[in-house]
Ligand binder design. Structure first.
Ligand SMILES: Cc1cc2nc3c(=O)[nH]c(=O)nc-3n(C[C@H](O)[C@H](O)[C@H](O)COP(=O)(O)OP(=O)(O)OC[C@H]3O[C@@H](n4cnc5c(N)ncnc54)[C@H](O)[C@@H]3O)c2cc1C
Length: 386
């Protein structure tokens, strides 16, 4: 099957522009009340109080059906809300995963009981989720997962471990992928099922893994005879391969895949001041042009989601180009202004701190959410090249 990219230009509708002003006002008030700072220093991105206030505004589950308490609003409005949250570096990590992917997966495949249990709490900013896909011997090849869910009276017993689980230490719930049957010779992806796991269930141990910046944002999660009721099976037993790819499409299509190292650019602009040299001005202009192009592509993906399409190849292209750009940004900024040469600027410490932090996180950007090589494989397959 042959396929080509399609990135239709999208103009944001007036209601999205109005929402942008509303979100900016809300964020200004949050900065004024001290919830977070817009400066260079890195505060925790987890704030249950902030998540609850975002929920109260109706900005979690914005695109979900009104029948389930969602906002029934457009993907383009959601895009603008997220863009503002990320550009301001608001502490969204509590509700982030639930809003982006776990809620939509439960709404699409979950039992009525699971929906009743978690959807209202997600919407009010009180239910936090983590993603249990990766295992010590199964990362890119997610369908090689071996952590087992074994049938027992009224439910399942889970044994094994997940790794690199972001936010598991703050999460109330996990959507985990577990082996319920062996794979078959016709389909090696067969035999895995998705479950909703209450993170307070006895037998779960969350062990922090410290990353290169010294923070412990991800974890190893160990399961020792963890009971999960039948009503927490998400979708069809053994058939998760059909639905886990949906989850990854949600994960790959947002502005989060172009904005993570943006503070480097904003602090660079502050550091060089109002009269940069031609070389520096040209370098900054080039990066902003790249960002603007990536953003148009990313908005275009939101437009396709709004039109009910499944732009998985376009989402993979945006993630690949976006994360490569984000990753290169600290290196390119250093060529324009080395932090040591910024010593006399008004923003010397802000720039140095931002550069140090983003240089350390840059390598992970092309690994999380699917590695560069794996994404390029998906793109090649989508184009009919393999
Ligand atoms: C910051 C961060 C947060 C994360 N959060 C989560 C989380 O919340 N939940 C979760 O489940 N996981 C999470 N992960 C794990 C992440 O999804 C995996 O690290 C990723 O899928 C790669 O798997 P791996 O580390 O096992 O590497 P491997 O799959 O072993 O890959 C090693 C290398 O081989 C290459 N490779 C592998 N297969 C192919 C192929 N078919 N073709 C070409 N090259 C290939 C890869 O590109 C990579 O360069 C996180 C990772 C990071 C860095």
């Amino acid at each position: 099957m042959s396929y080509s990219f399609k990135f239709d230009p999208i103009t944001l509708p007036p209601e999205a522009q109005a929402l942008r002003a509303e979100v900016r006002q809300f964020l200004r008030e949050e900065i004024d009340r001290g919830t977070f700072t817009s400066g260079a220093e890195r505060k925790s991105s987890y704030s249950p109080e902030f998540s609850r206030r975002v929920g109260a505004r109706g900005w979690i589950g914005m695109t979900w059906p009104k029948a389930h308490g969602g906002g029934g609003r457009s993907h383009l409005e959601r895009y603008v809300m997220i863009e503002e949250m990320l550009a301001h570096r608001a502490p969204v990590s509590g509700h982030w995963v639930a809003d982006r992917q776990s809620g939509p997966v439960i709404l699409k495949y979950g039992t009525e009981e699971a929906k009743r249990k978690v959807i209202p709490k997600i919407l009010s900013g009180e239910a936090y989720f983590c993603i249990g896909l990766s295992e010590p011997n199964s990362g890119s090849d997610v369908f090689a997962a071996s952590t087992r869910a074994t049938k027992t009276d009224g439910g399942w017993l889970i044994n094994g471990r997940k790794i690199w689980t972001s936010g598991a230490h703050n999460a109330n719930w996990m959507i985990g992928l577990f082996r319920t049957s062996p794979s078959t010779s016709e389909n090696r992806r067969h035999g895995l099922s998705q479950f909703l796991v209450d993170m307070t269930t006895p037998g779960i141990k969350v062990q922090p893994i410290r990353n290169i910046t010294g923070h412990a944002d991800f974890n190893e999660v160990v399961f020792d005879d963890v009971f999960v009721p039948d009503s927490h099976l998400i979708g069809e037993k053994d058939m998760a391969w059909k639905q886990a790819t949906d989850e990854l499409a949600y994960e790959r299509s947002g502005p989060d895949r172009i904005l993570e190292t943006l503070p480097v650019l904003t602090e660079l602009v502050r550091a060089v001041g109002a009269a940069p040299s031609d070389r520096v001005a040209e370098g900054i202009g080039r990066e902003i042009a790249h960002l603007k192009t990536l953003r148009r592509m990313s908005v275009s993906v939101a437009g396709m989601l709004q039109a009910g399409q499944a732009p998985s190849v376009e989402a993979a292209v945006v993630k690949d180009l976006g994360t490569n750009w984000e990753q290169a940004l600290p290196r390119k900024a250093r060529l324009l202004l080395a932090p040591s040469d910024a010593a006399t600027s008004a923003n010397a410490s802000g720039y140095a701190e931002t550069m140090a932090f983003n240089t350390l996180i840059a390598p992970k950007l092309t690994i999380q959410g699917g590695t560069r090589e794996v994404l390029r494989g998906i793109i090649a397959r989508g184009l009919g090249l393999r």
